[in-house]
Design a protein around this ligand. Structure first.
Ligand SMILES: O=C(O)c1cc(=O)[nH]c(=O)n1[C@@H]1O[C@H](COP(=O)(O)O)[C@@H](O)[C@H]1O
Length: 235
């Protein structure tokens, strides 16, 4: 293998000002930035443009899940913001995924298009309650196959599913794994978790980490410590 994993910090802050306090200390060479539902709802597209203009790779994590026409228009609007990656829910189904892919085709700037499979906060029991009898691993596999068939660039999954997905889809298919928890950090609402070192050793392309950095006393030091441990473990 191994692809060097890129670290994306989940900027799950209540407003642009709080996010800026961390971003202003960061260098685009150190990490990418993920803007999710909380910050986007509060700070809007202008803040996303600001991050893009500062040179950061931005993952716009709005997990679009709607009828095909609506999702196609939404991913096109995301592309107009200049983001590096955007995601949709694989559970939106094949026609929605294909509509999203087609909306980005032939664009001068085409963000990577990634499908969320089974949220990293979910367990087999949660799936069963929804009437899904597959294990998370089986359901992730099936949804990843759907995403690959629809021509998407990769999936969001937990690091636990990485090896089986790499076997099924090859190493070009992009794996984005949240639920990353440095040793000793709090699990919170995440369920299918792994340490950054273990996830990086699997050759996962994008590791998403939020609270272990953003809730740390010194977020920059927490991020640097993770980066250093990744460098040390890959040496
Ligand atoms: O698409 C995502 O980014 C995502 C998918 C998923 O299955 N699980 C998941 O945690 N996320 C996001 O990844 C981030 C994880 O943050 P922490 O749990 O604080 O590290 C959050 O912003 C979530 O919204």
């Amino acid at each position: 293998m191994t692809t060097r994993s890129q670290l994306f910090v989940a900027l799950d802050y209540a407003d642009a000002q709080s996010a800026r306090q961390l971003v202003n200390q960061l260098d685009p060479k150190l990490c990418g930035l993920k803007v999710g539902k909380e910050l986007f709802t509060a700070a809007g597209p202008d803040f996303v443009r600001e991050l893009v203009q500062s040179g950061f790779k931005v993952f716009l994590d709005l997990k679009f899940h709607d009828i095909p026409n609506t999702v196609a228009k939404a991913v096109a609007a995301a592309a107009d913001l200049g983001v590096w990656m955007v995601n949709v829910h694989a559970m939106g189904g094949r026609r929605m995924l294909v509509a999203a892919r087609d909306a980005l085709a032939d664009r001068e700037h085409r963000p990577l298009l990634i499908a969320v499979t089974v949220l990293t906060s979910m367990t087999a029991d949660d799936l069963r309650e929804l009437g899904i009898e597959r294990t998370p691993e089986q359901h992730v596999q099936a949804l990843a196959q759907l995403a690959a068939d629809a021509g998407l660039d990769g999936v969001v999954c937990s690091a636990h599913e990485a090896e089986s997905l790499q076997q099924a889809q090859g190493h070009e298919f992009i794996l984005v794994t949240p639920g990353i928890r440095p040793h000793g950090s709090e699990q919170g609402d995440q369920r299918r978790i792994m340490t950054p070192e273990q996830a990086a050793a699997l050759g996962i392309q994008v590791l998403v980490i939020g609270r272990p950095i953003t809730q740390a006393k010194d977020p920059l030091a927490a991020l640097q410590a993770i980066q250093e441990s990744l460098t040390a473990s890959s040496a």
